[in-house]
Every structure is written in C-alpha cells, then in structure tokens.
Design a protein around this ligand. Structure first.
Ligand SMILES: [Zn+2]
Length: 384
C-alpha cells in the first residue's frame, strides 16, 4: 500500500491503457505501463476464471445459498439500477442459477426513462416482485445540495450511500445472508482512484458535510456505516457478498445485445448513465470541474479485458461525454430539480475544489481495514 501523492511534473498516459496523470498517484514502470495494469496482471488475472472452473466454483456457492434460504421467501438479495451489470446479474441469478433474490430498487428521484423501462421489463419477464425504496425528496435534495456546497468531487454520495444502506437494511430485516453484487473484473478491473471518488460510506465525512452545509435534518434517509456492514453484518451475522459475474463469461457488448433481444431491455450511452444525476455528474461536472474523467477507468478496464482497443478508447476520450449544448440543458434541469437558480449551480461549479482531506474523515481506518482484508485475501485490490 502506498500513501501520499506522487507528483507528476508533466502529463503522461499509460502505454497499455488510458489511465493518465489526472490520477495523481499513478506510477509507471520502465515500459511506461501503469500500476493499474500491473496490479490487474498480478492480483486479478491469475485467480480469475470464467470457464468451467469458474462455473463449478459458482455452482458450489449457489448450492450454499439455496440450502441457507430453503425455508425463507428469498435466498439472496440484490439491487437493481436498470444498468447493464445489475440487469445481467439478475438474469444469471434467476435463469442460470435458479436463485430466488429479493430485488430492490432505490428511487432517489433521478431515474431515467431507460432505467425505469429496464427494471420493469426484467421484473415482469422473470415474474419477480420489486421492492422499491423511495428516498424522501426534500431530504435527498438537501443532502445533494450540501455536497455541491462542499466543493468535494464525490457529490454522488447521497445516491450511492442510500443504495448501500437500503441493501443492508433489507438484508438485515429479512435475515438474508447472501448479497449478490454486480461488481465484476470484466468491466471494472480498474477502480476509480480514491482522490476522484472518495468512500461514500465514511460517516465522519458525511456528518461533517451535513453539519456544515445541510439545512434540514435527514429523518428518513437510510444511513449505514461501513463498520456496521463490513464488520458487524459480515462477521457477526455472517452476511456474505457474492459477485457471480466474476465466475461466468461477461462480455459487455454481448450481454447488452442479449438483454435487448431476450428482455426488451434498452442500452444507454455510458456506464452509470441510468441515473440522470450521475450522467450529469460523471459526464460533465467531474471531468470539467475536477479533470477526472471516469471513462478513462471504464475504458481501461475494457482494454485490459480485451473488449476495447486503446486506439478506440483514445478516440472516444477526445470527445466530451456530454457536449456543451447538452450540458447547458442539463445544468438547467439539475438546478430546477434542486430548486436553485442556474447561477447558484454555476457558482458551485466555479467555487474552489476541495478534497476529502479538507473535512473530517476516517481514511486511516478505511486503509487499515483494506490492508487487513487484503492480508486475509478477502479483497484483492486496494483502492487508492
Ligand atoms: Zn495502464
């Protein structure tokens, strides 16, 4: 594990993927290959199997899940955003594994029509029930505005945190021990650097932001601390997270085509664009205000897993994710929805950028936890 920023005096891109010095802690070897690529080859590739071996491992886990949930209505739980990962996960879980998941969706107020359609067609075709947690809009709005006011880069915390907390709350209530997670090496083997997207479960930071910038109490918004879900639920209640997409072939383009053909699912232009807020945030706010373009992480993952060429990725990156015309429209939409003027939102956009270190945080504890998990082989890659 490394700490502290590596300062790069000049702009540089990895010779193998498209990660670059906008990730200030990136390190290059003598061939110009970055540490994301090296970590993938060293930590992920040797133990990642999507052939018969992976399938056999998955079958073993599925048998345990079924045995554990035999007498209950659900044997596992998963969240559904309407995006490709969660949609394909739902298909694999129900159709290929015969699992009976409690499927929930968190409605934070920013669903796109595509997301709503995708969730609906899949739930209907698979004859499942959907548990929807609607976040109180006044609270959500106030929480999101607090993050805009903070000057931090990770303003998607209010949506992310609600999802994580709802997941663990449902798992706890229904005594479900297995969480299916759409996380996968195939499309996310390169992780967002910590300086781009700081932990959304750091309650010290969240409370500090709310105390300084919030204007109403969040009475119904679902909270969960990382210590509760990573330690209490995992070790005392034995709740386990399973990532089925790591055991089967998962080629994004093929999965999307399959979902379209079989379920009437609709594809959308970029990962995470199923939420209109995230689309605005990752497509415009983060790259334009902070210089962090999450497409670099997404494309680099696809390059490492041979689903995209570096040339195609560089060509895509030369164009903005959201063009200026569309961005103006989105600025209006987001400002209106949050109940503020376009000028006020513009003010937050031009205000000085802050980092998670400018506010109370538990980074040291998070790092310690991650180091321990890596030591015990629970998690393979450390977020940095
Ligand atoms: Zn690289």
């Amino acid at each position: 594990m490394r700490s502290g920023a590596t300062k790069h005096s000049e702009y540089r891109t990895c010779s193998n993927c498209v990660m670059d010095t906008t990730d200030s802690r990136i390190i290059f070897d003598e061939d110009g290959v970055c540490d994301h690529c090296i970590s993938f080859r060293r930590d992920v590739l040797p133990s990642w199997h999507t052939d018969a071996r992976g399938r056999a491992d998955l079958d073993k886990i599925v048998a345990e899940i079924k045995a554990d949930g035999k007498s209950r209505d659900f044997d596992c739980i998963m969240g559904m955003s309407g995006g490709c990962d969660s949609s394909y996960l739902l298909h694999v879980a129900v159709k290929e594994c015969g699992l009976r998941p409690l499927v929930f969706h968190v409605d934070g107020g920013w669903n796109t029509d595509i997301a709503v359609n995708n969730i609906k067609v899949m739930i209907e075709k698979l004859k499942l029930d959907l548990f929807t947690e609607v976040i109180n809009w006044e609270e959500m709005k106030d929480f999101q505005l607090s993050y805009f006011k903070s000057g931090l880069a990770n303003i998607d915390v209010p949506q992310d945190h609600a999802f994580v907390a709802t997941l663990y709350n449902f798992a706890d209530q229904h005594r479900i021990k297995y969480i299916l997670n759409g996380g996968n090496f195939s499309t996310e083997c390169v992780r967002n650097p910590l300086e781009w997207l700081y932990y959304g479960t750091d309650m010290a930071q969240i409370n500090d932001i709310r105390r300084r910038f919030g204007s109403i109490p969040l009475r119904t918004y679902p909270f969960s601390s990382v210590f509760r879900h990573k330690i209490y639920l995992r070790y005392f209640r034995n709740v386990r997270v399973v990532k089925p997409l790591n055991y089967v072939p998962y080629i994004k383009r093929e999965a999307m085509a399959f979902l379209e053909r079989v379920y009437g699912w609709k594809s959308y232009p970029q990962k995470h664009f199923e939420s209109r807020f995230t689309r605005f945030y990752e497509g415009y706010w983060l790259p334009k205000k902070f210089g962090y373009d999450t497409r670099k992480v997404q494309f680099s993952s696809l390059i490492l897993t041979k689903q995209m060429t570096r040339e195609d990725a560089l060509r895509e990156l030369s164009k903005p994710a959201i063009d200026e015309e569309e961005a103006r429209h989105e600025f209006e939409y987001v400002a209106n929805k949050l109940g503020i003027s376009v000028d006020e939102l513009q003010g937050y956009f031009t205000a000085p950028n802050k980092t998670f270190m400018d506010y109370k945080n538990q980074e040291t504890l998070f790092n310690l936890g991650a180091a321990i998990m890596k030591l015990f082989g629970i998690e393979r890659a450390i977020k940095r």
